[in-house]
Ligand binder design. Structure first.
Ligand SMILES: [Mg+2]
Length: 312
């Protein structure tokens, strides 16, 4: 089964020995190595009725790619552990791997090995290696006075998840947009690599748990606080159509895989958007102290943000 799944996977010259032996062999890279791992577990991170096996395969790799993007790195090679439960057929895994293979090819990742094990739930665990930039984007680099930016729009994936779970209703293009943001997320690899060319290197994180929660990780590691202006949070037309002025999913919903970063003052949104190749919005600033203050005080719907997140 392993042989069948890893056949046809493209390998770069850096892979000296690919799948099939006890270990893979990679040529050393001149750059320091980034290492990350993530699991997707059926019933916790995904539901097989919600998307195609191809989308699931792609998404399993994308969540790891996003962590490499959040360091400003270049993804290189991965190993995959597949925990298989009874009731799933070989054609299902062929399709899962075809989605995974496509994402690997698009992001120049070598799948250099894998393992298959029996389990009571389907789970896909991927360990991904990447090349670090000269100045990696660390969570502990935020300083008082930094401005906080976010790429793209936030809240779409959480809205998509709620549509699939039957908790929200949407139709037409808005529905399609929100579902695809959840089912087919994109990792901001190019944007991360360009962000790492700034000096000093910004503090950065990818938004997997939710904007407030992930910002909280930066604040904790950097021992600073933040002030956020809710009015400046970037949301999509589809999100606005569905949620109106309710920002609970934009602030608390995860899995958008956008980048949140803190840069020294003086960078305009326009210049950063041009540098990163995607829209960038300034949403607040780093201040002394701890925790996050929302400008304008509490907002309706915000109080429940961590419950919303843990719902997925
Ligand atoms: Mg992350």
């Amino acid at each position: 089964m392993i042989a069948r799944l890893v056949a046809k996977l493209p390998l770069s010259p850096r892979t000296i020995l690919g799948p099939g032996d006890d270990c893979a062999i990679l040529a050393p890279s001149p750059a320091p190595t980034l290492v990350t791992i993530d699991s997707m577990v059926e019933g916790i991170h995904f539901n097989l009725n919600w998307g195609t096996p191809e989308q699931l395969g792609a998404r399993s790799l994308t969540v790891n790619l996003s962590d490499i993007a959040a360091m400003g790195g270049k993804p290189a090679a991965c190993v995959i552990n597949l925990a298989i439960r009874p009731g799933l057929t070989m054609p299902f895994f062929d399709r899962l791997y075809s989605g995974l293979r496509r994402t690997a090819r698009e992001s120049s990742v070598d799948v250099v090995g894998g393992n298959v094990t029996a389990a009571s739930q389907l789970a896909i665990t991927i360990a991904l290696l990447g090349d670090s930039p000269a100045r990696p984007l660390r969570r502990d680099a935020a300083r008082v006075g930094d401005e906080i930016f976010v790429t793209g729009t936030v809240g779409d994936a959480a809205a998509g998840w709620r549509i699939l779970a039957g908790k929200l209703r949407a139709r037409g293009p808005a529905r399609r947009h929100l579902l695809s943001r959840y089912l087919v997320p994109r990792a901001r690899i190019d944007a991360g690599r360009r962000l790492a060319t700034l000096r000093p290197a910004p503090a950065a994180i990818d938004i997997s748990d939710g904007l407030l929660q992930d910002l909280g990780h930066i604040l904790e590691r950097s021992r600073v606080g933040a002030e956020i202006d809710p009015e400046s949070i970037p949301t999509s037309k589809a999100y606005n159509e569905l949620m109106g002025s309710d920002l609970s999913l934009a602030l608390g919903g995860g899995e958008d895989y956008e980048l949140l970063f803190c840069a020294r003052p003086g960078h305009s949104e326009r210049r950063l958007s041009r540098l990163l190749g995607i829209p960038v919005r300034r949403i607040g600033r780093i201040v002394r102290g701890r925790g996050i203050r929302l400008k304008g005080g509490a907002m309706p719907g915000i109080a429940g943000w961590d419950q919303l997140r843990s719902g997925n």
